[in-house]
Design a protein around this ligand. Structure first.
Ligand code: ADP
Ligand code: MG
Length: 332
């Protein structure tokens, strides 16, 4: 990545910067947007507000010098993914930015990537904060959900099917390629890389699932399936049996050896797919909901009364798997 000389703050005041890059035509989602001490939201009558925050720090969540446009997309995408996992409809978001300098080229690209995704989901930027410091991006999203319809982690029940949206592992494969953990053909890396840089939040699927009149659990997979699924199992006080060979590998990972496929689908990272449960009697309803959301889904296991996570292969034979989810505090 080419090094740029940062433009110092005085050339562009904080207010000019906000006006130029972040204040734009209102969508009408908020009563009052950027410009006052607070934004004002008027929730639709009878609806609940879903709120989530994600903080992305340079060198930790993205490479130093990462492409600004893709970073703008990803910063919002990871937040929309949390709304998706709850089944909520996006309404608005705030943006807190810590910037080493006011680089017009960077700001233009970042805001372009961010607003392209915001527009796709009709989510309005309603405020934020801007300060000088190491590059970090904190977005808070606000969404709407009907009472009782949120896809909560504590709603999995023994006998439920376990489902995954889309495919897993390509973001982790790209990371392995960048880190030179494994030697990847440039074409394979090029195929996998968009999954790492530009994840697709499964907003439509989450909303279609939450509209079904059945109790079910969901979360978005950001730190690897096994680690994240454990949150559902803990919250719901259940266990699960996972068919390792049913896990849908991404198109780049699909061409890799079985051991790597298993490892990266089970414990990848940055997948931003939904993992959800639903009664076995509701398979047709789940498939119809996924169809209406234009999102592929795959049944990958079952929820059990017996605590713990068990792995089986395509033939139903028990497998010993040594997998760990991504943990920002215990290692890379
Ligand atoms: P205050 O000092 O009262 O917190 P600021 O001077 O920081 O307000 O911000 C002025 C206005 O610009 C506020 O409405 C704030 O929400 C908005 N704002 C600041 N930074 C951003 C940003 N990065 N993106 C969007 N809105 C922003
Ligand atoms: Mg402020």
């Amino acid at each position: 990545m080419q090094a740029r000389s940062p433009v110092e703050w005085p050339m562009l005041s904080e207010f000019d910067l906000i006006k130029r890059y972040f204040r734009r035509a209102r969508t009408g989602n908020a009563v009052l947007g950027i410009g006052d001490d607070c934004a004002l939201l008027a929730p639709s009558p009878g609806m609940q507000t879903a709120i989530s925050t994600d903080l992305l720090v340079e060198g930790r969540h993205f490479f130093a010098g990462a492409d600004a446009r893709m970073l703008g997309h990803k910063s919002l995408a990871v937040n929309l993914s949390d709304l998706a996992a709850m089944g909520a409809k996006p309404v608005a978001f705030t943006l807190a930015l810590s910037l080493p300098g006011a680089d017009p080229e960077w700001l233009e690209a970042f805001s372009t990537g961010m607003f392209a995704l915001a527009d796709l989901h009709d989510c309005e930027l309603i405020g934020g904060d801007t300060t000088r410091g190491p590059l970090a991006i904190c977005i808070t999203v606000f969404g709407e959900i009907a009472p009782g319809h949120a896809l909560r982690r504590d709603a999995a029940r023994a006998g439920h099917d376990l489902w995954i949206s889309g495919t897993l592992g390509d973001a982790r494969l790209a990371l392995a390629g960048y880190w030179k953990e494994i030697a990847l053909d440039p074409e394979v890396l090029a195929l996998a890389a968009p999954r790492m840089h530009q994840p697709t939040p499964r907003v439509e699927l989450g909303r279609a699932l939450s509209a079904l009149p059945i109790g079910h659990a969901a979360l978005d997979i950001s730190d690897g399936l096994v680690g994240d699924l454990q949150h559902i199992l803990d919250a719901s006080k259940v266990g699960a049996t996972l068919d390792v060979d049913a896990l849908p590998a991404g198109p780049a990972l699909a061409g890799q050896a079985l051991a790597l496929r298993r490892r990266f689908t089970l414990a990848g990272g940055d997948d931003y797919e939904l993992c959800f449960t639903a009664p076995a009697s509701q398979r047709d309803a789940v498939i119809a909901a996924a169809g209406s959301a234009n999102t592929p889904v795959t049944r990958v296991g079952t929820i059990d009364a017996q605590p713990g996570l068990r792995f089986v292969d395509a033939a139903g034979k028990a497998l010993e798997m040594d997998v760990q989810g991504w943990d920002h505090f215990s290692g890379e």
